[in-house]
Ligand binder design. Structure first.
Ligand SMILES: NC(=O)c1ccc[n+]([C@@H]2O[C@H](COP(=O)([O-])OP(=O)(O)OC[C@H]3O[C@@H](n4cnc5c(N)ncnc54)[C@H](O)[C@@H]3O)[C@@H](O)[C@H]2O)c1
Length: 415
């Protein structure tokens, strides 16, 4: 691991900090650099994890601010009020299926929002040039389009060929960031990362959705033939890559972050099924909580896999060549994919168990779910665990009604 001893503390603004990767980044950064200040800005859309606010509420290095990257005045207040020297932009609309249904929010946040954030940060940077260090924009490998199985993976020089409204809006945000570097000399970097997995991902996404459906005994849908290939990287390894870029990356550069770990969706779903079977085998108590899961009665979870119609314009393969990150910044994903995936599955199982304990008191819980197991399953019923998980993501009332304007050093800002 790179030695950062003797480094000067930083003052970060992290946008979209309550989202999946933002949440992992907060944990990573506050743990690794306790001397830094981290101001988390998030609009708290359906994709946010409100529980993260409580998780760090006692940490004096953490400030939460509910707000939008398009709110110029608010962003100015944060930059000035906290003397921010580093901005990491995770804020985005990021769910491809939603962009296919309606792309308005994607254009608004990913294009207009990033433009607004860049404009505000550039103004702040141009006033105190020596102070501001870096604007880092988080992007995706999806901007490069789709590969054939025989193609080499994407490099930083691959042409942009976005295929979904989501990836097109991310491509536009990358171009805007690049234009600020070339036109104004603004010290920005961009990273294009492969598929992330890990804790705090939204239950609509492949891994948490598969876990929750299996636990509830529901069919697990696989788009088309399931042979779409993605390169999977743990969110914490992504954060390590961002850390390296912030400390050693060159302003104006783009870096591809990936792990050369290409898997088909079908392979991933199969591995999740096997992890679930393993978790139940090592903890027989889980059968009482999730009686409808095949593993609860000694059957294989794989029996719930079901192929459904493919998503329109579904990209076939993404693969990331990370050699620039490896050669220039010493990037190296840390652990075996299989272990990280099973740990992640275990995290979602433990979380579902915890959520269920809150929703159904312990005495009632076993009886209710046990009797449900004896009923034939209704075709239309949506996964109860998915519904519980979704409802937990609603922003708490107290945060919704506040506008937490940050002023450095005031304890009430550190929610
Ligand atoms: N998840 C992946 O596998 C993956 C892979 C590569 C790149 N990325 C990129 O990483 C970034 C973060 O992805 P994620 O999976 O954590 O996304 P996410 O959807 O889980 O989180 C996005 C966060 O941004 C917030 N947000 C949305 N609009 C906002 C606005 N206008 N102002 C302020 N906050 C706003 C949301 O409330 C949410 O908390 C995105 O830019 C995405 O394109 C994600």
């Amino acid at each position: 691991m790179t030695d950062f001893s003797g480094r000067e503390p930083r003052r970060l603004l992290v946008t979209g900090a309550l989202g999946f990767i933002g949440s992992n980044f907060l944990s990573y950064w506050l743990d690794r650099y306790p001397e830094d200040l981290v101001v988390a800005l998030d609009a708290m859309t359906y994709a946010a994890n409100p529980e993260i606010i409580d998780l760090f509420s006692q940490n004096p290095s953490f400030v939460f601010c509910r707000g939008d990257i398009r709110d110029t005045r608010l962003v100015e207040e944060i930059l000035d009020g906290h003397r921010i020297d580093t901005v990491v932009n995770f804020a985005a609309e990021s769910h491809v299926d939603r962009s296919i249904a309606d792309a308005d929010a994607f254009v608004s946040t990913n294009i207009n929002g990033v433009y607004s954030l860049l404009k505000t940060c550039r103004k702040y940077w141009s006033v105190g040039r020596g102070h501001f260090r870096r604007f880092h924009h988080i992007s995706t490998d999806e901007v490069y389009g789709s590969l054939e199985n025989s193609d080499p993976p994407f490099t930083e020089n691959s042409p942009y060929r976005p295929n979904s409204p989501y990836s097109a809006s991310k491509a536009a945000s990358d171009f805007l960031t690049r234009s600020f570097v070339k036109t104004y000399g603004f010290p920005a970097t961009i990273s294009n990362c492969s598929n992330n997995f890990g804790p705090y991902q939204h239950p609509e996404k492949l891994i948490p959705m598969t876990v929750l459906k299996l636990l509830d005994g529901h069919a697990v849908p696989v788009y088309g033939d399931g042979r779409q290939i993605r390169d999977w990287l743990h969110a914490r390894d992504h954060c390590r890559g961002i850390d390296l870029i912030l400390h050693h990356g060159k302003p104006g550069e783009t870096y591809n972050i990936g792990s050369r770990n290409e898997r088909t969706n079908l392979e991933i779903i199969g591995m999740i099924c096997d992890c679930i079977d393993g978790v139940f085998a090592s903890d027989p108590g889980l059968s009482g909580f999730f009686p409808r899961c095949p593993a609860a009665v000694g059957r294989r979870s794989r029996e719930l896999i079901e192929h459904v119609a493919d998503r329109p314009g579904h990209d076939r393969r993404y693969g990331v060549d990370n050699s620039k990150m490896v050669a220039e910044l010493g990037f190296c994903p840390t652990e075996s994919f299989e272990e990280q995936l099973c740990r992640t599955v275990g995290w979602y199982v433990a979380r579902a168990q915890e959520r269920l304990s809150v929703v159904q008191p312990e005495s009632k819980q076993q009886d209710v779910r046990q009797s449900e197991r004896e009923q034939p399953e209704t075709e239309s019923s949506e996964s109860e665990l998915l519904e519980i998980e979704q409802s937990e993501r609603k922003p708490p009332e107290k945060v919704l009604s506040e506008r937490n304007l940050p002023v450095s050093g005031q304890p009430e800002d550190r929610l």
